[in-house]
Design a protein around this ligand. Structure first.
Ligand code: FEO
Length: 401
C-alpha cells in the first residue's frame, strides 16, 4: 500500500512517479524521470487538486480509493490543463460523476475543448475563496506560468501553496515526497533545467506571480512536479526569483560548440584555457552533438557568460548550433556576456551570424571573435586564448561591484 503519510492533517500526496518516459513533452530527456503530483484534502467537501498523466490513472485512482475507502470526491481543482496534470480529468468525471470542477474561465474553455466537459463547473476569479469545511482555499491567477489558464491554490490553515508547474522539477521521488526526508541534491540541476525549458520564456509572468505570492505566508509548496518543498522552500523561491530576472547563479562561462573535423574544437580548447588562465574556474564545455540542448540551456541560465563556436556549414551555422540559438531566442534570455568563434574552408559565415545573433539578443560582446580558415595554427590558437582571457577579465571586473 502506498505511503499515506499526510502533508498536513488530512492532506495527502497522491501523485505518481513516471520512470518509463524517455522524453518530457516528447523532446526533453528524462534521465531521472519525472512525477505528476496531485493532492487530496479530506474535509467536509473532499477535494482533489490536479490529476496525473492518463497513463498513470489506475495508480492515481487506487491512491484516492486507499484514502477514501469508497468515499467520493466533491471538488476537483484544476490549476493547469496541460495533459501531464489534467490528462485524467475525463476519467475523473466518469469515476466521480457529481464532482464539481473548480477552475477559471480559461480552464473551462480548455476542458471543454479537450474533454467536452462543460457542466458542474465552479468558476473562480483572482482572490476568490472556497470553503471546503474546516479549511478554506483561495485562488490566484498565474497566467503564463506556464500556460495562460494557470492558477495556484492557497490553503489558509496550514499555509500551503499548490503551485501548479511553478517550483516544479524533473526527477522522480525515491521513497518519500518531502524534501525534508530525501536527499535533494539530484534536483537542483533538474529544477533549473525544468525552469529553463518549460518556464524560461516567461520571466516577466514569473516575476508577477512571485510578487503576488509574496503577500501570502507560505510554509509549504506543493508543486505539480517533484518534491513537496518545506525545508528548501527559501532556496527554491530564491532560485526562481534569480532565473526569472535572468541573473546568473554563480561566476562562470558556458562554451557551446559544434565541430565536424576538430578545428572548431581546437579553438574551444584554446578559449577554455584562456578563461582559466585569466582566473575563472567554472568553465562548462558542451559539444552540441553530444549534449541535449536542454542541458546547455540550463547552464546558460546558471552562468552569465556564453561563448559559442560553430563551423560554417552550407554557408550558414552548424545545424545543431542553429537549433541551440533558436532555443535561446525563444526564451528571450537577457543580460549575457557573449563571444564567438568558428572555422571554415571556403567561405566564412558562422562568426558573422553568431555576431548578428548577439546583437539581436542585445548581449554585450566581449573580446574579438575569432574566425579560422583551414587548419588551426599558432596565431589563431593564440587569438582564441586571448578571447578566453578577455572574458575572464570582464567577469572579474564584475566581482563585488
Ligand atoms: Fe507540468 Fe505545464 O505542465
Amino acid at each position: 500500500m502506498y505511503n499515506k503519510k499526510p502533508i498536513a492533517d488530512n492532506i495527502f500526496y497522491i501523485g505518481v512517479n513516471d520512470r518509463q518516459k524517455e522524453s518530457f513533452e516528447n523532446y526533453l530527456p528524462l534521465p531521472e524521470g519525472v512525477t505528476y503530483n496531485s493532492y487530496l484534502i479530506v474535509d467536509k467537501k473532499t477535494t482533489v487538486i490536479d490529476t496525473v498523466d492518463i497513463a498513470f490513472a489506475d495508480v492515481f485512482f487506487a491512491k484516492i480509493d486507499a484514502v477514501l475507502k469508497g468515499g467520493t470526491v466533491d471538488y476537483l481543482i484544476v490549476n493547469h490543463v496541460e495533459p501531464d496534470h489534467a490528462g485524467s480529468v475525463g476519467l475523473f468525471r466518469q469515476k466521480y460523476p457529481n464532482v464539481i470542477i473548480v477552475g477559471n474561465a480559461k480552464t473551462f474553455d480548455m476542458l471543454n475543448g479537450y474533454f467536452g466537459i462543460n457542466t458542474r463547473l465552479h468558476e473562480v476569479k483572482e482572490g476568490d475563496s472556497l470553503s471546503i469545511g474546516r479549511r478554506t482555499l483561495s485562488f490566484y491567477m498565474a497566467p503564463m506560468v506556464h500556460w495562460p489558464e494557470v492558477m495556484v491554490t492557497y490553503e489558509h490553515q496550514d499555509k500551503i501553496l499548490f503551485s501548479a508547474d511553478a517550483f516544479g522539477t524533473f526527477g522522480t521521488l525515491n521513497g518519500d515526497y518531502s524534501d525534508a526526508c530525501i536527499n535533494t541534491e539530484k534536483y537542483w540541476n533538474e529544477l533549473r533545467r525544468y525552469y529553463a525549458c518549460i518556464v524560461g520564456k516567461f520571466g516577466v509572468p514569473v516575476q508577477n506571480a512571485l510578487k503576488k505570492l509574496a503577500a501570502l505566508e507560505i510554509k509549504t509548496v506543493c508543486s505539480a512536479h517533484g518534491p513537496v518543498w518545506q525545508k528548501e522552500l527559501t532556496k527554491v523561491v530564491s532560485l526562481y526569483d534569480k532565473w526569472s530576472r535572468y541573473e546568473e547563479e554563480e561566476e562562470g562561462v558556458v562554451i557551446a560548440y559544434g565541430s565536424m573535423y576538430g578545428n572548431t574544437q581546437q579553438l574551444t580548447e584554446a578559449v577554455a584555457e584562456g578563461i582559466v588562465a585569466g582566473g575563472i574556474k567554472n568553465v562548462v564545455v558542451h559539444n552540441v552533438s553530444k549534449t541535449d540542448a536542454s542541458f546547455i540551456l540550463s547552464d546558460i541560465f546558471k552562468y552569465k557568460a556564453l561563448i559559442i563556436g560553430s563551423p560554417t556549414y552550407m554557408d550558414g551555422l552548424y545545424p545543431l548550433i542553429e537549433k541551440l540559438l533558436s532555443a535561446i531566442e525563444i526564451r528571450r534570455i537577457k543580460n549575457r556576456l557573449f563571444s564567438c568563434f568558428g572555422s571554415f574552408t571556403w567561405t566564412g559565415t558562422a562568426v558573422k551570424k553568431l555576431t548578428a545573433f548577439s546583437q539581436t539578443m542585445k548581449w554585450e560582446m566581449i573580446g574579438a571573435p575569432v574566425e579560422n580558415k583551414h587548419a588551426v595554427f599558432e596565431e589563431k590558437y593564440q587569438a582564441a586564448f586571448e578571447l578566453g582571457l578577455a572574458m575572464a577579465e570582464k567577469l572579474k571586473s564584475l566581482r563585488c561591484s
